[in-house]
Every structure is written in structure tokens, then in C-alpha cells.
Design a protein around this ligand. Sequence first.
Ligand code: CTP
Ligand SMILES: C[C@](O)(CO)[C@H](O)COP(=O)(O)O
Length: 388
Amino acid sequence: MDENRTVALIVAAGNGTRMGGGIPKQYRQVGGVAVIARAFDALAAHSGIDAVHVVTGAGQESLLRAALGEGRRPATITPGGATRRESVKAGLEAIAATPPARVLIHDAARPFLPAPVIDRLLAALGEAPGAVPTLPVVDTLVRAEGGTLGDSVDRAGLARVQTPQAFHFDTILAAHRGWQDDAEPTDDAQVARAAGHAILAVPGDTMLEKLTHEADFAAAEARLGVAMTSRVGMGYDVHAFSDGDHIMLCGLKIPHSHALAGHSDADVGLHAITDALLGCIADGDIGSHFPPSDARWKGADSGTFLQHAASLVAAQGGIIDHVDLTIICEAPKVGPHRDAMRAKIGELLGLPIGRVSVKATTTEQLGFTGRREGMAAQAVASVRMPIA
Ligand SMILES: Nc1ccn([C@@H]2O[C@H](COP(=O)(O)OP(=O)(O)OP(=O)(O)O)[C@@H](O)[C@H]2O)c(=O)n1
Ligand SMILES: C[C@](O)(CO)[C@H](O)COP(=O)(O)O
């Protein structure tokens, strides 16, 4: 073991399920820089830290490399596990090949890490085998029982625990190797304490808040003082009817007297929204990203196209505020499916249903939609983008 060596381990193997759809939160941008890149920079720039190791999820390595760019080189990149604990253990085992004296274990989802927090943690490791940053609880605490308030919980003596969590390396490695409880620990301090070690609390920082839900991104931008600007994109699409007994519309299979003809699943609604999102970032159109000449997109689920466009918006630090779709046809009737369509689009984009509008109109039997030769759809999307 190198007595002088301190390393950092960033765990980034989560899928961000509470965040909703799109690319995992650690690879999205906040203020024009990927979340994980900010955490990486804060650790790598600290004079007390010698190397930064990263744990990433299965299939996320290209996202990780893109987010870190050329300039940031993790000492190791290790595949994570199904839980945070498993990911941390995998990272510690990778580091154990050349064991350092100390390790700081950090959530990739906490992009803003002030250097004084690291200073406090490293100083505390001179007195104890582990230390974590904490913040006082300032709100009243109650048990939540459905929609009804349960008993209040005395907040005296309670604290909120953040990361990085700092440990003597051999202590935390042994604690993780020895973890046997069936319950999943939510952090590494619990693993160390279960092995009998005293862990110190040092003052945390409000900048260190974890990005957990979608609204946390807007809060992070605000915390950073990032100026955001609104953009609006529009999309329009048409598909002709052909023989068949159903159409795909807004990601749903709708029974109908005809199918819609197209290279993909011909989902005119999702195509219009995809183009509206691409319009917000001035990045071509659905045809330039998914050319009909490419056999890969034959019969493709258009949800893939929509999620790709949303991930491009997110990669530029954009936040989708709202989408509004108008479907133009004489039949089928959209009304009975409207809310299911809104829910499906919301699911694909990671948006609550209140930010997804689906409308429909006929053209009073005029034109190609009036003659029931095909369907059209137009969409407007509004996003907030960081001002470059
Ligand atoms: N199997 C897992 C789960 C989580 N993490 C990481 O642990 C940190 C904190 O977890 P959390 O905020 O819960 O992230 P996610 O698991 O991605 O989010 P969610 O629980 O909403 O799915 C994140 O940096 C996440 O990438 C990990 O490395 N491996
Ligand atoms: C490790 C952690 O960030 C400390 O607060 C937290 O416990 C992670 O919990 P999650 O449920 O994995 O977000």
C-alpha cells in the first residue's frame, strides 16, 4: 500500500430511473458540461487526490467517454453492478490492484463539489477511518402514509448525508467484502459502520445536492447561475394509408381500416415531435438522422427516433418544457386514445403528462386527409437551452 496515495472513485453505473427517460443523468449536461465531467474535474483538480477511477454501467462506456471528452482520463473504468453497493465494490476491487491509503467515493450525480469539502474530509481521515459530509435537516419530518400525514419524527440529531465519502482504503474494502446484510445499504458509511468503524461527520455543502429528479436539473442550472434561453421547434409529417388493419400512432397500436405506409412504423405523431425537438437544437431532421435508405430503420419503432432526439437535446444541456401535437385525419378518432397517447409520449420523453398535449382535427373532408388518403401531424416543442 502507498501510504501517501489518495484516490477518488466516481460511481456512475446508475440508470437514473427517477429522472425519467433519455440518457442517464450523469451523462447529461448542466451549464454546457456533462454532470460526471464536473465531478471528475473537481476531484482531479484537488492537490490531495492522485487519481480518479470511474465505475460505469453496462453499455454506458461510450456515453462515459463522450461525456469526459479527450482531456479527462480515468485511472480505471470498471463495469458496475445492479446496485450502488455492487458498483462501489467493483470499483474498490479494481483499485485494490495498486492499493492507495485513502479513497473518496463519490456519486457521479453530484456535479458541484467544492474543494473545501474535500479538504475537510481528508483532514478528518487523520482522526478516523471514515468521514462523510452532512447537512442539517431544516424541514419538519413526518412519516408519509399514502396521502395522509403520519407521525412527526424528531429532527434533532438527524442529518442529511452527502458524498464524497472518505475512508482508509483497506477499511472500506474489507467492509464491502464482508457486507452480509440482506438489506441494501444506501451509502458506504453504512457499510463501514456495520463493520464496526466510527465515521466522522464534516460539514457538507448545499452545492453538493444530488441530481435525482428532473426538476433538479433546472435547480442545478439556477445554482450555477446559467442563463437559459427558450427555443421553439416545429415538426410536420405525412404518411399515406395502405392496406392493413391498424396504425402506430404516438407509440400505440390503434385498430383501423388501413395501415400507414412508411419505411419505419410510420408513426406520424412521433415523427412530427421528433422533428420539433431536432428543430429546437437546429440539428437537421428525422430523415438526416434515420435515412429511409438505411435498412436498419425498416419497420423501426419510432419511439427510438423520439428518444434519440430527446437525448441530443439533453446532451446540449437542454430541458424539454412542453410538446404540443396536432393529428390531422378524418379517422380513426383520436379522442378515445388521447390520454394514453399523452402518457406514452411522456414516458418516452421522461415528461409528466401535464407537459404533453395531443390534439386532433379533421380538414372537413378537404384535401388528402379529407379524402382519407393519409394522415398528417404537426408538433411544436419548447425547450430551455443554456446560452452558449
Ligand atoms: N447500480 C448502480 C446504481 C447507482 N449508481 C450510482 O450511484 C449514484 C447515486 O445513485 P442514484 O442517485 O440513485 O442514481 P441512479 O441509480 O442512477 O438513479 P435512480 O435510483 O433514480 O435509478 C449515481 O451516481 C449512480 O450512477 C451506480 O454506480 N450503480
Ligand atoms: C450515497 C448517497 O448519495 C448519500 O446520500 C445516497 O444514499 C444515494 O442514494 P440513492 O437512493 O442511490 O440515490
